[in-house]
Design a protein. Structure first.
Length: 122
């Protein structure tokens, strides 16, 4: 059975928005990984990942975030997470993501985080 997963990409000013929809697991993580790689290759390193339609995330999905964050920050960018549903947020929280990533309610709040300082230094 194929797992539903989609990524909608759009520009929000100088930020690149990746809106995730569906299940981010071992089967769909490679397509998310490819999307981030494409953004980085095209010079987009200020990414907002909008998660309001994300219904599930596995450790493989979380691993995608971890595999890129250091490289993106070294290049002067960052990944901000927005709109994570409570059930999915619990998984991020258990694995300590709030200490590593800016996690905010809305894409507007993510844009404001970029505006106020760009990136986390933890």
């Amino acid at each position: 059975m194929a797992t539903h997963f989609q990524i909608e990409r759009r520009d929000e000013g100088e930020l690149r928005l990746l809106a995730l929809d569906g299940y981010l697991d071992a089967h769909t993580a490679p397509s998310f990984e490819n999307a981030i790689e494409e953004e980085m290759r095209s010079g987009k390193i200020r990414l907002v990942v909008e998660c309001s339609k994300l219904t599930y995330i596995s450790s493989a999905g979380l691993g995608v975030f971890m595999s890129f964050i250091e490289e993106i920050r070294e290049a002067g960018g960052d990944i901000k997470l927005a709109g994570i549903p409570p059930k999915v947020y619990q998984v991020f929280e258990v694995l300590g993501f709030p200490a590593l990533f800016d996690i905010v309610e809305t894409t507007e709040a993510a844009a404001a985080k970029f505006a106020e300082g760009g990136r986390r230094e933890d």
